[in-house]
Design a protein around this ligand. Structure first.
Ligand code: AKG
Ligand code: FE2
Length: 279
């Protein structure tokens, strides 16, 4: 996986790497120690209760009985200003705008905390591809040459092989399908290693999964999903945020929340109560 400093994070080179290279890049040192500490503290506090929140890929966890050791914290924008800063970081926005279009939106921002002893996941592809076991539920001819997802993992604890750094198979994004046993994912995968404050940006069509945490420390990351403006977001963030948060949101954040994109709209004049009509 190629690594860039924030200053050297050239969107053109990174987008090429996402589409036709490994499918993932690291950007080092994007967030300060203070930002990492604040985000981590909020996530730890919100995930203290052992109650497991819904996750989409429990996989091995259900079998091993370790379900409480992988915890999600959803709707992070409502839980601390630092998460808005992270989601709309200008270095990320420049890459994402090139990759997914200038009007890119956010589909989800959640934390994944894997406690010591916690389980990994099954290799998968991310929303909106994650039901790709059933390719016929998607349009005919869909392929990976134009992307409908980008994932950002903001690393808040050391991501090592031992602590369960995300595994991925470089180049697999080009196939746009689910891995099977014959793909021998776990024999061939690489790991998204990094330090707190680093970011891994990947195309969610690349086969990947969280790995078991065998370290003595928690493994926290903020996971952000970005989508083209017309893909239905996974989380209904505007509905989950207070009205005053939305009223005060700066322009990039409004865009990420999907507030600039008007569809679906009621375009029938009578229904819209618009006596002058629209067309
Ligand atoms: O936390 C990780 O390492 C990856 C999580 C992931 O891929 C997912 O939940 O879709
Ligand atoms: Fe994933």
């Amino acid at each position: 996986m190629r690594s860039f400093t924030a200053q050297a994070a050239n969107p053109k080179i990174i987008v090429e790497e996402l589409l036709r290279g490994a499918g993932a890049v690291r950007i080092t040192g994007l967030f300060s120690d203070a930002e990492v500490a604040e985000a981590r503290q909020i996530i730890m506090a919100h995930s203290e209760a052992a109650a497991e929140k819904v996750t989409h890929f429990q996989g091995a966890a259900e079998e091993s009985g370790t379900i409480n050791l992988q915890r999600r914290v959803w709707n992070l924008l409502a839980k601390g200003q630092v998460f808005s800063t992270m989601a709309a970081h200008p270095v990320l926005m420049a890459v994402l705008r090139r990759f997914l279009g200038r009007e890119v939106i956010m589909g989800s921002i959640a934390a994944n905390r894997i406690l010591p002893g916690g389980p990994g996941q099954e290799p998968h592809v991310d929303y909106p591809y994650w039901d790709f076991h059933d390719p016929e539920s998607h349009p005919m001819g869909l392929n990976a040459s134009f992307p409908m997802n980008a994932q950002v993992s903001i690393i808040l604890d050391p991501f090592t092989e031992e602590s369960g750094a995300t595994a991925f198979l470089p180049g697999s994004q080009q196939e746009l399908r689910y891995p099977t046993e014959e793909d021998r994912f776990f024999d061939r995968c690489e790991r998204m290693l990094g330090d707190p404050g680093d970011v891994v940006l990947f195309y969610g069509a690349v086969w990947h999964c969280a790995m078991p945490n065998r370290a003595a420390h928690d493994r926290n990351a903020v996971l952000i999903q970005y989508l083209p403006k017309w893909v239905k977001p996974m989380e209904d963030m505007p509905a989950a945020l207070p009205a005053d948060f939305i009223a005060a949101a700066p322009p990039d954040l409004r865009q990420l929340l999907g507030l600039n994109y008007p569809y679906p709209e009621v375009l029938d004049a009578a229904q819209a109560g618009n006596t002058e009509g629209r067309v």
